[in-house]
Ligand binder design. Structure first.
Ligand SMILES: Cc1cc2nc3c(=O)[nH]c(=O)nc-3n(C[C@H](O)[C@H](O)[C@H](O)COP(=O)(O)O)c2cc1C
Length: 180
């Protein structure tokens, strides 16, 4: 079973990228988590679309099409979805037969503050209504004071968080299988 992971931060040392990498290991017994690259996707422009979908969009669409579900690993930007992630979703939504349609999905976010990216999560769920994503309702993973969960090598090291992610992977696996 393959799941596409979409990461809403492009920076090299992104905490969400590191959470994604840890999750990729933790979920190995249940499914294969593959990163859906979004950094080469241009800004959405209907004139560009009219000339043909950029290859980065086509490739992401094919990966999503071949996946049973989508996991988002994303920060919150100004109480909402980072533009790079929303832009990728906007492109995907214009492909024929919306490849996200009907897929199981879940969101993992963190923040340096207390709210763990929760406001972004509910905006993303709203966008998911039109995309026809089927979100897992619980457990919600909103990691507060995220910076303290990593060791000096930048790896996610907080044991309680690792256990939460492992449990999430087991539950998301069952949820996804039930949707197939
Ligand atoms: C443009 C911008 C907007 C941000 N807005 C929020 C916000 O609304 N809420 C929040 O909790 N953190 C906010 N942050 C802080 C991010 O949560 C923090 O930088 C986080 O580490 C980004 O994720 P990353 O490490 O995966 O890049 C913002 C950061 C940036 C760069």
């Amino acid at each position: 079973l393959r799941i596409t992971g979409l990461i809403g931060s492009l920076r090299k040392d992104s905490f969400h990228k590191k959470i994604f990498e840890t999750y990729q290991e933790l979920c190995k017994d249940q499914f294969e988590l593959v990163e859906g690259p979004i950094s080469e996707i241009p800004l959405y422009n209907q004139d560009v679309q009219a000339k043909g979908f950029p290859s980065a969009v086509q490739e992401l669409g094919q990966l999503i099409q071949s996946s049973a579900g989508i996991l988002f690993f994303s920060p919150e930007y100004n109480y909402s979805i980072p533009g790079v992630l929303k832009n990728a979703i906007d492109w995907i939504s214009r492909l024929e037969n919306n490849p996200m349609g009907g897929k199981a999905s879940s969101i993992i976010s963190g923040s340096p503050g207390r709210l763990g990216g929760s406001r972004m999560q509910y905006h993303l769920r709203q966008v998911g209504i039109f995309m026809d994503l089927h979100f897992l309702n619980r457990p919600e993973i909103m990691l507060s004071e995220m910076n303290g969960l990593f060791n000096e090598h930048g790896q996610l090291s907080d044991q309680a968080t690792i256990e939460r992610l492992k449990k999430h992977a087991e539950i998301f696996f069952e949820f996804t299988k039930a949707r197939l």
